[in-house]
Write a new protein. Structure first.
Length: 102
């Protein structure tokens, strides 16, 4: 019974956090600081992933392969400005390099 109650409360909390912005901004425009902050989130997430996952230690076996994949992500993003193309392109190249040279 306690588990069911916990699931119901967590579900309600999740729904509330999803619907709250729509309720808050249904009749007016969101503030400019909020919109500009929301535009920074994808870049901040990508930067966090890069900082936490790319090796800085050259003695790592796949150091060069990972950095080549990361540079391709940067190049593809500068060319196409589309996150999915960048991520998939870098991942595919990294996997190919890993199977060929890893």
């Amino acid at each position: 019974m306690k588990i069911l109650l916990a699931v119901i409360v967590m579900g309600a909390a999740t729904l509330f956090t999803r619907f709250f912005p729509f309720l808050l901004f249904s009749k007016k425009e969101p503030p400019k600081w909020l919109v500009s902050g929301a535009r920074l989130i994808p870049g901040a997430v990508m930067l966090t992933l890069v900082i936490t996952n790319l090796p800085l230690n050259i003695s790592n076996d796949n150091f060069t392969l990972q950095w080549i994949g990361a540079f391709l992500v940067i190049i593809l993003h500068l060319l196409f400005k589309h996150p999915l193309i960048s991520i998939f392109g870098g991942t595919i190249l990294y996997m190919l390099l890993l199977h060929l040279f890893g």
